[in-house]
Design a binder for this molecule. Structure first.
Ligand SMILES: CC(=O)N[C@H]1[C@@H](OP(=O)(O)OP(=O)(O)OC[C@H]2O[C@@H](n3ccc(=O)[nH]c3=O)[C@H](O)[C@@H]2O)O[C@H](CO)[C@@H](O)[C@@H]1O
Length: 362
């Protein structure tokens, strides 16, 4: 019998891309396996998962809106509706196991699976677990984590430290700097700065670039700028005006961006951090300050404390971040040192380890 697995979650790239990496590893190990994703309607996974070649069902579920209470009126109805949707999906697909990667759809799908005694697995990419995962962890078969110290949130005997599953295209990337720069129509003779605001973009990072772009170019640097949807029109206008800048809302082929970069300025989402360790590129983090328990700062500090990265606080980003980039560009010794430390932190087989463990159990 072919094994059937549901992968539930999404909302942001930080949940979607490790999920796809796990799916690909499962499929490599057992090509007969059938995988169905379950996400939330209107969210990023509904586009990115089919692009990766997998089927996805979208639930009507939505998150609790903290800024506008009135927008939560429909929430109980959506929750009930999504419960029936989950039941229908399970009746039709009959999964042997379910993997939760975080994001809106994880909770209803894993909760339902646990009520039917179907084995569930959780992947927690951050060093901090949210309430939903903590609840689900009590009845999960295994919880895969990126770091140690997660016994605060999950039963110790279920935890397996695997690291975060970086996509194969990045984990095994073998692209020369020149080829990568050609991809962005940039020069091989200039130091290249990659700016990434996480999967959704980062306003303060964009504002920092927009305010100081002239200094950046005057210092002889060139720029690959992932803008997200905030400020992208202005970014495009700036990019069009300068041949040293490539800008876009989203970079689909991130392996080219990592291969082209000499310096990275980025948010400190868990997957971005894991990928930068794999790419071994010197980095300045501007953590998103409103992430739960300020976990992006925690993520960043793990590297900063080892000398592998610098940190600029979000509130200081507009004034100081580009100055720091220029300082790092002039400091080849520090860049080399950072790359060396990052290499020791690189994990490239987390996807395989998660897949092995799941296949062993089902
Ligand atoms: C604001 C917020 O709460 N962000 C959270 C979210 O971030 P976010 O979704 O930004 O997540 P990460 O930084 O972990 O990962 C981003 C992923 O998107 C990819 N990517 C990004 C930009 C792009 O143009 N192209 C592209 O492919 C990256 O390569 C990476 O695989 O999930 C992370 C993992 O749970 C958390 O640590 C972050 O705190």
């Amino acid at each position: 019998m072919h094994k059937k697995l549901i992968i539930a979650g999404g909302g942001t790239g930080g949940h979607i891309f490790p999920a796809i990496a796990i799916a690909n590893a499962l499929q490599r190990k057992d090509p007969s396996i059938q995988i169905l994703f379950v996400g939330a309607k209107g969210k990023m996974e509904m586009e990115k998962v089919p692009q990766a070649g997998y089927a996805i069902e979208g639930l009507d579920i939505a998150g609790f809106n903290r800024s506008s209470l009135i927008k939560n009126i429909a929430l109980p109805f959506k929750l009930v509706k999504s419960f029936f949707q989950v039941r229908k999906i399970f009746k039709a697909f009959r999964p042997d196991a379910v993997i939760g990667v975080g994001g809106y759809s994880t909770f209803p799908v894993l909760k339902y699976a646990q009520s039917k005694r179907i084995p569930t697995f959780i992947h927690e990419s951050n060093s901090f677990a949210g309430k939903a995962n903590i609840l689900l962890g009590k009845n999960a078969t295994k919880v895969f984590t990126a770091t140690d110290g997660m016994e605060k949130f999950f039963p110790a005997d279920r935890i397996l430290i695997t690291g975060n599953p970086v996509r194969q295209s990045i984990a095994t990337m073998n692209i020369s700097r020149e080829t990568a720069l050609q991809y962005f129509s940039l020069s091989p003779d200039k130091i290249t700065v990659l700016v990434v605001g996480g999967s959704l973009g980062a306003r303060s990072v964009n504002e920092a670039v927009a305010a100081h772009v002239d200094e950046l170019l005057k210092a002889g640097l060139q720029l690959i700028w992932q803008t997200g949807k905030t400020l992208s029109k202005e970014a495009m206008e700036i990019a069009v005006a300068h041949k040293e800048i490539w800008a876009n809302e989203f970079i689909t082929e991130m392996q080219y961006a990592y291969a082209a970069a000499d310096i990275i300025m980025a948010r400190a989402g868990a997957m971005t951090v894991a990928e930068i360790c794999v790419a071994q590129k010197p980095v300045i983090f501007v953590p998103y300050p409103f992430a739960t328990e300020d976990h992006q700062t925690v993520n960043a500090l793990q590297l900063v404390n080892k000398g592998a990265a610098w940190l600029v606080k979000d509130e200081a980003a507009k004034d100081t971040a580009i100055g720091k980039v220029i300082e790092l560009a002039k400091d080849e010794a520090t860049r080399k040192y950072m790359s060396g430390v990052l290499a020791t932190l690189s994990v490239t087989d987390a996807d395989e380890r998660v897949a092995n463990e799941i296949l062993k159990t089902i």
